[in-house]
Design a binder for this molecule. Structure first.
Ligand code: SAM
Length: 186
C-alpha cells in the first residue's frame, strides 16, 4: 500500500482478465505503477507466468481479490486511473444486482481517485452502457463522457478483440470527478 502513495502515477485495472493489455501498458510506462485486480485464478496465473518471463517489468502488482473488497482498503486519492474493461454484463434482470457498477462502487472509486483522476469503463454491451448512465445520473461525484474511439494510451483487451471481431462496437465511458464535489450548493 505504501507504494500506492509513493509511486509517480498509479493505474488500477478492475477485472483485468488475462492482464495482457495491462502488461503492455506497464512495459511502455515503466514510471507508472499498475495494479491488476482479478478473481479468476487462471487469468492471474497466466499473467504471473508472463511476468516471470519479463523480469524487466517491475511495475506490475496483482491483487487476487474482489475489486469491491479492495477499494475500501486503499488510501484516499491515490489513483490516477481506474479501469474497468468489459465488466461481466449480467444480462438477466434478476442478476443486475451482481453488476460491478452500482452506486456504492462509484462512491468507492471516487474516494480513491486523485482530483484529476479518471475512471474508465469500456463495454460492447449497449445495455451496460445505459446502466452506467443511469447510475451516473443518480450520483454527484462524477461527470460522464461517452466516446466511441479509444484514448491513445489504450491497449485492446482479449474481450475487446473478440467484440470487434464479432461486429460489436465498444463504448469508452470516462468519468471524471466533479470539481468541488461534496460541497453543498448555495
Ligand atoms: C468479461 S471479463 C473481461 C476481462 C478483461 N477485462 C478483458 O477485457 O479481456 C470480466 C472479468 O472481470 C472479472 N471480475 C468480475 N467481477 C469481479 C470483481 N468483483 N472483482 C474482480 N474481478 C472481477 C471476471 O473474473 C472476469 O475475468
Amino acid at each position: 500500500l505504501a507504494e500506492l502513495t509513493s509511486a509517480k502515477a498509479v493505474e488500477i485495472e478492475l477485472g483485468m482478465g488475462n492482464g495482457l493489455a495491462m502488461l503492455e501498458r506497464a512495459r511502455v510506462n515503466p514510471e507508472r505503477l499498475f495494479v491488476g485486480v482479478e478473481v479468476y485464478l487462471n487469468g492471474l496465473r497466466s499473467l504471473v507466468s508472463r511476468l516471470e518471463q519479463a523480469p524487466s517489468v517491475k511495475n506490475v502488482r496483482l491483487a487476487p481479490m474482489d475489486a469491491r473488497e479492495l477499494l475500501p482498503e486503499l488510501p484516499k486519492a491515490c489513483v490516477d486511473r481506474l479501469l474497468v474493461p468489459y465488466p461481466d454484463p449480467w444480462p438477466k434482470a434478476r442478476h443486475h444486482k451482481r453488476r460491478l457498477v452500482q452506486g456504492g462502487f462509484l462512491s468507492a472509486c471516487a474516494r480513491v481517485l486523485k482530483p484529476a483522476g479518471e475512471l474508465w469503463l469500456v463495454t460492447d454491451i449497449e445495455a451496460y452502457a445505459n446502466w452506467v448512465e443511469e447510475k451516473m445520473a443518480a450520483q454527484r461525484a462524477f461527470i460522464l463522457q461517452k466516446n466511441t474511439q479509444p484514448p491513445g494510451w489504450w491497449v485492446a483487451t482479449k474481450y475487446e478483440k473478440k467484440a470487434i471481431k464479432e461486429g460489436r462496437v465498444p463504448q469508452y465511458l470516462v468519468m471524471t470527478l466533479r470539481p468541488f464535489s461534496g460541497e453543498s450548493e448555495a
